[in-house]
Design a protein. Structure first.
Length: 442
C-alpha cells in the first residue's frame, strides 16, 4: 500500500544528512536488509485488515459502518500520532524511535489475544495501538533508506523497499485467509437457529482464530526491534530547522499553494478509495450473483488486487518516461472509474475480475499525486509533505461513506463511492498535467 499502502510509507518530511561517511560502504548491506524487512512487515500488517474486517463483521454481526471502524481506528492513527511521533524522534533519535515503533506495534498485535476473549471494542483499540506503532516506525525508518548507501543509488534502494512493502500487502490476504479464515463460517440464518450457548461458543472459536497469527506477528516485530537496536546505523541529523509540518507557523503560508491543497484532497480520496475497495472485496466476492466465494477463498483473490498495484508500478514507471505524470494519473483514474462502474452494475466472475483490476490502476497514483502536489514548493516542501501525509486519514473516512451506502443499497452499489473519489483524482491529473509536464520536460 503506497501510503504507509495503505497504504508504502509516507516520504520523509524533510531532507536528512548522514553524519557517517561510511554509510555508502558495502557494510550497509545488513542494516539495509533490516530496514527492508520493516517495509515488508508494515505492508503485511496493513493489508491484513482486509481479511479481518469481514471476519469480525461475521463474528459480531456488525453492519458495514460498524465494521469500517477498523479502518477508522487504524488510519486515524496517522492523523493523531504523526506529529507526536516526530517530536518523540527528535528527542530520542531515529534508531531508538524505530525500536519504540516496533515495540508499540508488537504490543498492538499482542492485544489481539485478550481482544478475542473480550469483544469488538478491544479489537478496535488494538488496531489503533498497532497503527500508532507503524506510524512511529515509518517516521523513524524512512530516512535510513536514503543514507544506507551511496547517494547515486538512493533511488534504487527506495524502489527495493517499496517493492518489499508491496510484497507484504500482496501476501497478507493469502496468509490471513489460510490462518484466520480457514474455519467454517456459518450464515446469519444458521447462526440464528443455534442455541444461545452454542452461538456464544461459535463466536468465541471464530474470534480465537486471530490469536495465534497475531502472537506470531508480535514475536516477529519484537525480533525486528532487537535487530534494529543492535545493528550499527549512521546517525541522522536534521539538515535544517524550521516550523514543524502542520504547525500554525508554517501551514497558513504553505496552504496558499492551490496545487498543494488540491493534492492533499487527492491523497485523501485516493487513499480512502484504495483502502475502501480492499475492505469490501471479500464481502463483494461472497455475493451469490458475483462469485459466491467463502471468505477463505475470497481472501486469496484479494492478493491479486494488491499484487496488481505492485506489477503496475513497474509498468507505470516505464510509461512515465514518455508520458507526463499528470496524463498518466488521469488515464489510470479514468480506467479505475470505468472498472468500478462495471463492477457496481455487472455480475458474475467478469465483475469480480474487473474490480480486482483496479489494483493495477492504483499503482502509480500515490507517488504521482504526492510529487505533483509538492512541485516547486521550495523551502516549503517539508511542510507540504506533512500536510499530504496527514491527508492519509482518508483511509479512515472514505470506508465509512462506502459502508453507509452498502448498508442502504447493498455492497455492490457501494463501489460508486470510490468511483467518485477517482473522479477527483482524474480532475487533479488533468488540471495540472500541462503545468507539471512543461516544468519537467515530459
Amino acid at each position: 500500500m503506497e501510503h504507509a499502502s495503505l497504504p508504502a510509507s509516507p516520504p520523509a518530511a524533510a531532507p536528512r544528512t548522514a553524519s557517517a561517511p561510511a554509510a555508502a560502504e558495502a557494510s550497509s548491506a545488513y542494516p539495509l536488509a533490516v530496514v527492508t524487512l520493516l517495509f515488508f512487515m508494515w505492508g503485511l500488517l496493513t493489508s491484513l485488515n482486509d481479511v479481518l474486517i469481514p471476519h469480525l463483521k461475521s463474528i459480531y454481526t456488525l453492519n458495514y459502518v460498524q465494521a469500517m471502524l477498523v479502518q477508522f481506528c487504524f488510519f486515524g492513527a496517522y492523523l493523531l500520532v504523526s506529529l507526536p511521533a516526530g517530536m518523540l524522534i527528535r528527542r530520542i533519535g531515529y534508531q531508538h524511535g524505530a525500536v519504540v515503533g516496533l515495540v508499540v506495534a508488537a504490543g498492538g498485535c499482542a492485544l489481539f489475544y485478550p481482544a478475542a476473549e473480550s469483544g469488538y471494542g478491544l479489537f478496535l483499540f488494538a488496531f489503533f495501538v498497532l497503527a500508532a506503532g507503524i506510524t512511529v516506525l515509518q517516521v523513524a525508518a524512512n530516512p535510513y533508506v536514503t543514507v544506507l548507501g551511496a547517494p547515486a543509488t538512493a533511488s534504487s534502494r527506495l524502489n527495493l523497499t517499496q517493492a518489499c512493502n508491496s510484497l507484504g500487502t500482496t501476501l497478507a490476504p493469502a496468509f490471513g485467509g489460510l490462518l484466520i479464515l480457514s474455519a467454517t463460517v456459518l450464515g446469519a440464518d444458521e447462526l440464528a437457529r443455534l442455541p444461545a450457548a452454542e452461538r456464544a461458543a461459535y463466536h468465541a472459536g471464530q474470534a480465537a482464530a486471530v490469536q495465534g497469527p497475531y502472537l506470531v506477528l508480535a514475536g516477529a516485530l519484537l525480533t525486528l526491534a532487537l535487530l534494529f537496536a543492535l545493528v550499527r546505523l549512521p546517525a541522522i541529523r536534521e539538515a535544517g530547522a524550521g516550523a514543524p509540518a502542520g504547525s500554525s507557523a508554517g501551514s497558513g503560508h504553505v496552504l496558499r499553494h492551490k496545487h498543494l491543497v488540491l493534492g492533499a484532497v487527492g491523497i485523501f480520496v485516493y487513499v480512502g478509495a484504495e483502502v475502501s475497495i480492499g475492505s469490501f472485496l471479500i464481502n463483494y466476492m461472497g455475493e451469490q450473483h458475483i462469485a459466491g466465494l467463502s471468505h477463505a477463498d475470497a481472501a486469496l483473490y484479494v492478493s491479486y488486487y494488491w499484487g496488481g498495484a505492485m506489477v503496475g508500478r513497474f509498468i507505470g514507471s516505464a510509461v512515465m518516461r514518455r508520458v507526463s505524470p499528470g496524463l498518466t494519473l488521469a488515464f489510470n483514474s479514468a480506467l479505475a472509474i470505468a472498472l468500478l462502474l462495471f463492477a457496481s452494475l455487472g455480475d458474475g466472475r467478469a465483475a469480480m475480475w474487473t474490480l480486482l483490476a483496479v489494483g493495477l490502476c492504483n499503482s502509480i497514483m500515490f507517488p504521482t499525486i504526492f510529487s505533483m502536489a509538492l512541485h516547486r514548493l521550495g523551502a516549503l516542501t517539508g511542510q507540504g509533505s506533512g500536510v499530504l501525509c496527514m491527508a492519509i486519514v482518508g483511509g479512515a473516512i472514505v470506508p465509512f461513506a462506502q459502508g453507509a451506502l452498502a448498508d442502504a443499497a447493498g455492497v455492490q452499489l457501494s463501489f460508486l463511492v470510490p468511483a467518485l473519489c477517482y473522479a477527483f483524482v482524474l480532475y487533479f491529473g488533468l488540471k495540472y498535467a500541462c503545468m507539471y509536464s512543461a516544468a519537467t520536460g515530459a
